[in-house]
Design a protein around this ligand. Structure first.
Ligand SMILES: C=CC1=C(C)c2cc3[nH]c(cc4nc(cc5[nH]c(cc1n2)c(C)c5CCC(=O)O)C(CCC(=O)O)=C4C)c(C)c3C=C
Ligand SMILES: [Fe+2]
Ligand SMILES: [Fe+2]
Length: 388
C-alpha cells in the first residue's frame, strides 16, 4: 500500500522526516498537523537513562516527593536492568519507527479521505524520548502550522498517559512555542470499530496456528499495562476503557473463546491492579488449561512490554509449564489499523468543521474524578477553547 501512495508524492520539504509522502512543500499550503502523542522509548540502548529520567520526572505518571532530586537517582539505579532488556529486544524500542510508519501512511490516506484539509502531515510528540514535545513544537512553528489535531496513540484514556501528554502540549502551546495554532483533540478511541477489527484479526491469525480440534479451548489473555491502585482508586477511566476494548473484541470474535483481562508491567513496591499476567498464566497451567494466546490491548505497536516481558519472560515461563502459548501480533504495520487511524481523524475533522463536535470530546470536558492535577483542569479548559 505504501509504495503505491509514495509514487504519487514528490519528495523534499524542510524539517520533514517523511519527505517521500508529504505533499506540503509542493502545494506551499500550511499543513494540517496530526500530532501523534505517546510516551516513546529509547531508540538506542544508550538513550535508556534519559528516557527513564524523563519518565521519573513526570509527576502526572509517578508523583514523587523531591521529584527533581529523586528522579535522576531512581533512573540511574534502574538503567542497567532496563538497558539489558532493550539490548535483548534488538537494541532499542521500535516505537518511533512504527509511529512514523503509521503516521506517514495515515496522512497519505487522510489526503484522500478528507481533501478539504489536505495536506496532512504527522508529527510525533513523545513524552519521555526523542522527538520530545518541545522539538515537535519547534518543527511545527518552522512549518507554519495553523491547525493541529492532538491525537493520542493510547487507545484508552488515563490521566497518567494521555493526560500527561496533553499537559505537556498545553505547557508548550500556552508558552507560544508553536506559534498561533487552532487545536482540537482526539483523546480516546478504545472501541473504534477499525481498531477492534485490527486486534480481532490478529487474534484470529494466531488462533489459526492451533490445531482445529482444540482451537475453541484456547484461552485469550488480554494483557494491558497495569496501574497503581492509587490511580485506579481516584477513578481513572483507563481500567473501564480497557475492559470496553476487550468486550468489543470478544463481540467481534463472536465470543469464540474463553477469555480474561490481566495486567502486566507493574513497577516498584506499591499496590498495582491485578491479576498479574504472569500469575494468570501459572493459574491456568495449574488448572490444566495449557493453550493460551497473549493479546496486547492497550498499546498500538511493539515495545519492551510485548517484546521482552510477554515474548521472552512469559513465553519462557509458559513453555516451561508445558503450555502451548503464543502472542497475538501488535498492530505495528497492520493496514486495517492504519485505515482505522485515518478514519478516526477524518471523522473528527469532518464533525469539527460541521460543528457537530467541539475541540474536545464530551468525556474530556468532564473533570477527572479524584484527579488533583491543576494542570489537568487548566489544560482541558485551554483545549476546549481551541488552544486559546
Ligand atoms: C497504556 C499503557 C501504559 C500505561 C497505562 C502506563 C502506566 C504507567 N507506567 C508506569 C511506569 C513505567 N512504565 C514504563 C515503560 C512503559 N510503559 C508503557 C505503557 C504504559 N504505562 C510502555 C509501552 C512502556 C515501555 C516503552 C517502550 O519500550 O517503548 C517504565 C520504564 C520501564 C521500567 O522501568 O520498567 C516505567 C517505570 C507507571 C508508574 C504508570 C502508571 C501510573
Ligand atoms: Fe486528570
Ligand atoms: Fe508504563
Amino acid at each position: 500500500m505504501l509504495t503505491s501512495i509514495a509514487r504519487k508524492r514528490i519528495p523534499s520539504c524542510r524539517g520533514c522526516r517523511t519527505t517521500k509522502l508529504c505533499n506540503f512543500s509542493t502545494t506551499g499550503k500550511s499543513p494540517t498537523a496530526v500530532v501523534m502523542l505517546n510516551m516513546g522509548g529509547p531508540s538506542r540502548v544508550q538513550e535508556t537513562y534519559d528516557f527513564l529520567r524523563n519518565l521519573f520526572l513526570d509527576g502526572d505518571l509517578i508523583p514523587l516527593p523531591f521529584q527533581r532530586v529523586l528522579a535522576p537517582l531512581i533512573a540511574k539505579r534502574r538503567t542497567p536492568q532496563i538497558e539489558k532488556q532493550y539490548a535483548d529486544i534488538g537494541g532499542g524500542s521500535p516505537i518511533l519507527r512504527y509511529t512514523d510508519y503509521q503516521g506517514t501512511a495515515m496522512c497519505a490516506l487522510l489526503d484522500e479521505l478528507h481533501p478539504e484539509t489536505a495536506p496532512h502531515k504527522h508529527y510525533v510528540a513523545f513524552r519521555y524520548a526523542n522527538p520530545l514535545t518541545q522539538e515537535t513544537a519547534r518543527r511545527m512553528r518552522e512549518d507554519g502550522v495553523r491547525r493541529a489535531i492532538a491525537f493520542t496513540q493510547y487507545p484508552q484514556y488515563s490521566c497518567s498517559t494521555t493526560g500527561s501528554s496533553l499537559n505537556e502540549l498545553f505547557r508548550r502551546g500556552r508558552a507560544g512555542e508553536m506559534g498561533e495554532v487552532e487545536w482540537s483533540v482526539i483523546d480516546r478511541w478504545g472501541t473504534h470499530p477499525g481498531f477492534i477489527k485490527a486486534v480481532a484479526q490478529n487474534v484470529e491469525a494466531t488462533l489459526s496456528k492451533f490445531e482445529p480440534c482444540s482451537r475453541s479451548d484456547v484461552v485469550l489473555l488480554f494483557s494491558a499495562h497495569s496501574l497503581p491502585m492509587s490511580v485506579v482508586n481516584r477513578g481513572d477511566p483507563y481500567v473501564l476503557e480497557v475492559a470496553a476494548s476487550v468486550n468489543a473484541v470478544m463481540e467481534r470474535l463472536g465470543h469464540s473463546n474463553p477469555y480474561r483481562l490481566v495486567w502486566q508491567s507493574q513497577v516498584g513496591p506499591s499496590a498495582w491492579l491485578g491479576m498479574q499476567t504472569g500469575e494468570a498464566i501459572k493459574g491456568l497451567a495449574r488448572l490444566g488449561r495449557k493453550q493460551v494466546i497473549l493479546v496486547p490491548i492497550a498499546f498500538t505497536s511493539d515495545h519492551i512490554e510485548t517484546l521482552y516481558e510477554l515474548d521472552i519472560e512469559y513465553m519462557k515461563e509458559g513453555k516451561e509449564l508445558g503450555m502451548e502459548i503464543r502472542r497475538s501480533e501488535s498492530l505495528n504495520e497492520s493496514p486495517v489499523f492504519i485505515r482505522a487511524l485515518a478514519d478516526i481523524v477524518a471523522q473528527h475533522l469532518s464533525d469539527y468543521s460541521s460543528r457537530k463536535i467541539g475541540p474536545t470530546s464530551v468525556q474530556m470536558g468532564l473533570r477527572c474524578p479524584g484527579c488533583k492535577s491543576a494542570t489537568c483542569s487548566q489544560q482541558k479548559h485551554w483545549f476546549s477553547r481551541g488552544g486559546r
